[in-house]
Design a protein around this ligand. Structure first.
Ligand code: ZN
Length: 391
């Protein structure tokens, strides 16, 4: 490709603390690809939405008007959009709006240059579920949050040991994903409330799982055209669990998950202990992070129509669900640290880097997504005056 030298020099190069290049371009390209799919879906679904009586709902919002002196001089009532609803009152996905939002996701990035590194300080992320750019930012956020939670768990409960659990069900057809998810989410609740995990001891309920985290992952199998929804969970148990009568073998977990999810077959469950006692915190955070990887559907070789169909059923099925949650002591600590739900959390400050003093920054660099070049190019550069500490 013939690229002007000046353009090549102005292309964003962001390197992480390990010297690895952060591929912003690839994330942005994936988001654009998914945005295209959402746009197609919005066209294809028009007649279905019409027949279901899909309409916009608004709520009245009152705003006070004040004069310069701060006195209230009037009230304006406006209609604020609440989203799309069908004629049964159920909220439905607004694919057109999602496509539009995702198309502009991360279209500008502002960095502070500190020594040789770039630190993101501003960006416009769309927060559309499944957006690859946002999924990536969320995965970093989850790693950061879970590390913080585990740090306190280790300090306060040194005897708690994480057990990693994968709970699966059989693959389901694309159109059945929604029903399947209803079932496994109910199954999870029954699982956690079960007598097996909360046995009665001297008239009181004893909790075997002291804290937990769970995330839903859905993979797509293009050979069989099916979805494979499953939970990744981390359960904190007391050290004594491994030696006492509470201990559960793999077949016990299988039995409990089978019963909870009301399955008529033995589901595949994977259970493993943390490998080390020292690296426990990192291992837990890694597992948590892993669950928020890209929607791999985008990487499969599917026809556009097939891709649109898969994306549509996947989006519809996860709409409004909590894909990610903490429980027990992990939930308590998350609340104490005032950690926000990942869907609402800050996607800019996603690592310890943010504890670096920003006053060390020498430069502010703003990059824009450049459609012609298909990459991020420098749009603005501001040199910061030397710190006036000595003044
Ligand atoms: Zn996004």
């Amino acid at each position: 490709m013939n690229m002007k030298k000046s353009q090549a020099e102005n292309i964003l190069i962001d390197v992480n603390s390990e010297g690895k290049i952060i591929d912003w371009r690839a994330k942005k390209m994936s988001s654009l690809g998914l945005a295209k799919s959402y746009k197609n879906i919005s066209e294809k679904i028009k007649s279905e939405y019409e027949s279901r009586g899909v309409h916009s709902r608004y709520k009245k919002v009152k705003r006070k008007i004040k004069n310069e002196a701060g006195d209230i001089t009037g009230i304006v009532v406006s209609d604020e959009p609440m989203g799309l609803y069908d004629n049964t009152g159920k909220r439905v996905v607004n694919y057109e709006k999602r496509a539009e939002n995702m198309r502009f996701c991360g279209s500008y990035l502002e960095f502070a240059k500190i020594e040789d590194r770039l630190k993101l300080i501003k960006a416009n992320f769309c927060r559309v579920p499944l957006c690859p750019m946002c999924q990536w930012r969320k995965s970093m956020r989850i790693f950061f949050d879970t590390s913080k939670i585990m740090k306190l768990v280790e300090q306060r409960y040194p005897k708690y040991i994480p057990v990693f659990l994968t709970l699966t069900v059989r693959n389901c057809s694309v159109v059945n994903l929604k029903n399947n998810l209803d079932n496994i989410f109910n199954g999870w609740n029954d699982f956690m409330r079960s007598k097996t995990l909360n046995p009665e001891v001297k008239g009181e309920r004893k909790q075997i799982v002291k804290g937990w985290f769970r995330a839903l992952e859905i993979t797509y199998n293009d050979k069989t055209d099916t979805f494979h929804p499953h939970f990744h969970a981390i359960m904190l148990v007391d050290k004594s669990y491994f030696k006492g009568s509470d201990y559960m073998r793999t077949e016990d977990w299988v039995k409990l998950w089978r019963k909870s999810a009301k399955l008529d077959y033995d589901p595949v469950c994977d259970i493993r202990r943390t490998r080390t006692d020292n690296g426990k915190r990192k291992e837990v955070a890694e597992v948590a992070k892993y669950t928020y990887k890209d929607a791999e559907i985008l990487n499969k070789k599917l026809s556009d129509d097939k891709k649109d169909e898969v994306v549509k059923y996947l989006s519809g099925a996860i709409h409004g669900r909590r894909l990610y949650a903490y429980g027990g002591v992990m939930k308590e600590i998350a609340a104490e640290l005032k950690l926000k739900d990942v869907d609402k959390a800050d996607l800019i400050k996603t690592s310890d880097d943010y504890e670096i003093n920003s006053s060390l920054a020498k430069m502010i660099l703003t990059y824009h997504w450049n459609v012609g070049v298909s990459n991020y190019t420098l749009a603005k550069k501001i040199e910061l005056a030397e710190s006036d500490d000595n003044a």
